[in-house]
Write a protein that binds this ligand. Structure first.
Ligand SMILES: C[S@@+](CC[C@H](N)C(=O)[O-])C[C@H]1O[C@@H](n2cnc3c(N)ncnc32)[C@H](O)[C@@H]1O
Length: 322
């Protein structure tokens, strides 16, 4: 898929024009507290920059990114590793996190050698603690198994399904039920066409679902009926009182996107719904009236505007499941 036209909006290098340390302005626009302790789904996560930022900076309990393009998902796992490599090492008790192996931990537990309970790891280690050149020169730091952290750490952080196998599509390596809030253990990625396939996390439900710069692609590829089905699925996976964070692309931007393929061109002709209809559909499905906040949109769309190379203000609507 990655060699072909990005008919799903599956742009590669989407975030690369941004300074790597810049916070995502669309997240800054959200109400304080929306993401704290939330279980979050980021649909169309692309290379995982926003997904990781939610996990690292916004105190989310667990963040799942899903994208249709597996190459992007692999890059999202790499982004997770890069941010881990740049951030201040997690501290447990008096020292830095030990990279102990699992065998030692097992023995330590068996012999009952844990004499004291060390203080919990710091939830907010400093971002960009190491210069980016460290990763370039030495490669990314390995992420130690979460069991290591939990065994050395405190009871306030549970070992969750928090230790993921990147090569196995994010299959948990550990099997206990609770996830943890500590980055990078609180974020994982899945490859799926989410309009057609469920991912395992859907069954638990989410407190917040993100659909940023996504509806145009779902609409063009799946038609009016497919978009409605997508909204219904979002409603289904959200817990009651949960929030859909929706950043629909404007109708004018569809015209350029349809040129990517004959199928999109034909689909475009058949569309009756417009982004201005979305709030009515969502109301019918069971969401409340939207609350509008304004974030700065991505450059992809901004570039279509009079040669501008910076983002632009684009409304983000928050819909609560009633
Ligand atoms: C324009 S990008 C937006 C990325 C990100 N949400 C943001 O706003 O920064 C749209 C993303 O949605 C993904 N996507 C499109 N259709 C999808 C689907 N049916 N299921 C999962 N991901 C999808 C694309 O691969 C692409 O990465």
């Amino acid at each position: 898929m990655s060699e072909q036209a990005p008919i799903h909006g599956n742009y590669h290098g989407y975030y690369l024009k941004r300074p790597p340390s810049l916070s995502e302005p669309r997240l800054q626009a959200l109400p304080r507290g929306l993401l704290a302790d939330a279980v979050v789904l980021d649909i169309g996560c692309n290379e995982g920059w926003i997904t990781c930022e939610i996990a690292q900076n916004w105190n989310a309990r667990k963040v799942v990114g899903v994208d249709i393009d597996d190459t992007l998902v692999q890059n999202a796992w790499k982004r997770r590793r890069t941010l881990w490599s740049l951030q201040e090492p997690l501290r447990v008790g008096d020292g830095e996190l030990e990279y102990a192996d699992e065998e030692k931990l097992r023995l330590r537990k068996k012999k009952g050698k844990r004499k004291r309970t060390p203080s919990p790891p710091r939830i907010h280690p400093t971002k960009n603690y190491f210069p980016a050149s460290c990763e370039h020169e030495f490669g990314p730091l390995p992420i130690p198994p979460y069991q290591v952290l939990a065994a050395l750490g405190s009871s306030s952080v549970d070992v969750g399904d928090a230790d993921y196998d990147e090569d196995e599509g994010g299959k948990p390596k550990t099997s206990t039920s609770e996830a943890t809030r500590v980055f990078p253990y609180n974020v994982l990625f899945r490859t799926a066409d989410w309009t057609k396939a469920d991912i395992v996390e859907d069954a638990q439900g989410y407190g917040v679902v993100f659909a940023l710069s996504l509806t145009k692609w779902i609409h063009l590829n799946n038609g009016d009926a497919g978009l409605r089905t997508f909204f219904e699925k979002v409603h289904r996976v959200l817990k009651r009182g949960g929030t859909l964070v929706l950043e629909p692309q404007p109708w004018e931007s569809y015209a350029k996107a349809r040129r990517m393929s004959e199928a999109l061109k034909q689909s475009y002709q058949s569309l009756v719904l417009r982004p201005s209809d979305f709030s009515g559909i969502l109301r019918e499905i069971g969401f409340g009236e939207p609350r509008r906040v304004v974030g700065q949109g991505p450059e992809e769309e901004a570039n279509t505007k009079a040669g501008s190379n910076v983002g632009f203000d684009r409304p983000i609507d928050l819909y609560v499941k009633l």
